[in-house]
Design a protein around this ligand. Structure first.
Ligand code: FES
Length: 358
């Protein structure tokens, strides 16, 4: 489904922790087909703040069964958008919201006995909460173990909701809370997640070979540490699904783009197909991403993170070759089928045709 923004009003806004607001949107019935979503997907929000367009992606922290569109926005230091949401946004305000997207999910199999394991840190819980709530409801025999790290008890996002699920699915859902700035009696649960803790977790709480799917969400460093540990222990990479916060590495292209020069050699002709229309322009190779160049030519292409994480800028490469610096969003099968992240794609050939409608 084509990615585009729709104006939605804020139905409700409340705090799950002192610095994290949960925003729910009013999706009119006529738009609900466009806003159908899968557990673990996200919404891109857009507004003008102090005269500048700002857009950010946030994972939905509701389940598709809820028929609710909710995101949790944690206030970060100096965060323009997160500060606006936490301090100024109120019920009734209108934001531009892109229809849901993202690949961070697996199909529920109602009859199967599946063991899911999730590792989350901080606001990384939001897609994980959507995922675990959905699987527990859709699969009566599914089992879910959650290992969730926060600074202290008061910073645990969606704590009450997780506890309510624990009460509802007593014998199928096991949440374990880890705190980095508060000490409790069991030392395993104190401090950052690291290899030593993962060893103990695998020893006491998990039988790694019998786990069907692992979901990881949090900062890059943590997620890669857990992924590498699991791979080292023989877990098939196909079972490991992860979603990162925006990465510094992935945004390198943006900095390059600011200084991109148009030179007469090594030019590529780019054709963008979007919304049934073709749009053509020329760009210098190895200077900036196709998305950046298209935006400079005033195209209204969809994007959010520009860091290879959110998948909003996904399109199919119909002709030509590109190089992607990072890809944290597309599955191997999608890459094989010709999909690219245009925010990471640098043209390698003279002619490139990219289709956003496929
Ligand atoms: S804009 Fe997020 S992956 Fe390209």
């Amino acid at each position: 489904m084509a990615q585009q923004f729709y104006s939605l009003s804020v139905k409700d806004i409340s705090k799950t922790t002192p610095d994290c607001a949960v925003v729910s949107f009013d999706v009119p019935e006529s738009l609900q087909p466009e806003f159908e979503f899968r557990q673990g997907q996200h919404l891109t929000l857009k507004t003008n703040i102090a005269g500048e367009e700002v857009r950010r992606s946030y994972s939905l922290c509701s389940s598709p069964f809820d028929k609710e569109w909710k995101v949790a926005v944690k206030k970060i230091d100096g965060g323009v958008f997160s500060g606006f949401v936490n301090d100024e946004l109120k019920a009734g305000d209108v934001l531009d919201v892109m229809n849901p997207h993202g690949n961070f999910f697996v199909e529920p199999k109602p009859e199967a006995q599946i063991h899911y394991v999730a590792f989350a840190a901080g606001s990384g819980i939001t897609p994980i909460y959507s995922i675990l709530k959905t699987h527990l409801q859709a699969e009566p025999n599914a089992h879910f173990s959650l290992f969730y790290t926060n600074q202290n008890v008061s910073s645990i996002i969606l704590k009450e909701e997780i506890e309510a699920l624990k009460n509802q699915y007593l014998d199928r859902f096991e949440p374990y809370f880890f705190l980095t700035q508060e000490e409790r009696d069991v030392t395993l649960f104190n401090g950052r997640m690291n290899e030593e803790k993962l060893e103990k977790i695998s020893q006491y709480f998990l039988d790694l070979p019998t786990v069907d799917h692992f979901f990881l969400c949090g900062p890059e460093e943590l997620i890669f540490m857990i992924r590498d540990y699991l791979v080292k222990k023989g877990v098939d990479e196909k079972k490991i699904h992860f979603e990162l916060f925006t990465t510094a590495a992935g945004q390198k292209r943006m900095r390059k783009a600011a200084t991109a020069q148009t030179v007469s050699e090594n030019m590529s002709e780019i054709t963008i197909k979007e919304g049934g229309k073709n749009f053509k322009f020329k760009m210098a190779r190895d200077s900036e991403s196709i998305l950046e160049a298209a935006l400079r030519h005033n195209s209204g292409l969809p994007f959010a993170c520009k860091g290879g994480v959110c998948c909003t800028c996904k399109a199919k490469l119909v002709e030509g070759k590109v190089d992607m610096e990072v890809n944290y969003a597309l599955e191997k099968e999608q890459v094989e089928a010709g999909y690219i992240l245009t925010c990471q794609a640098i043209p390698l050939t003279e002619t490139i045709v990219v289709d956003f409608d496929q």
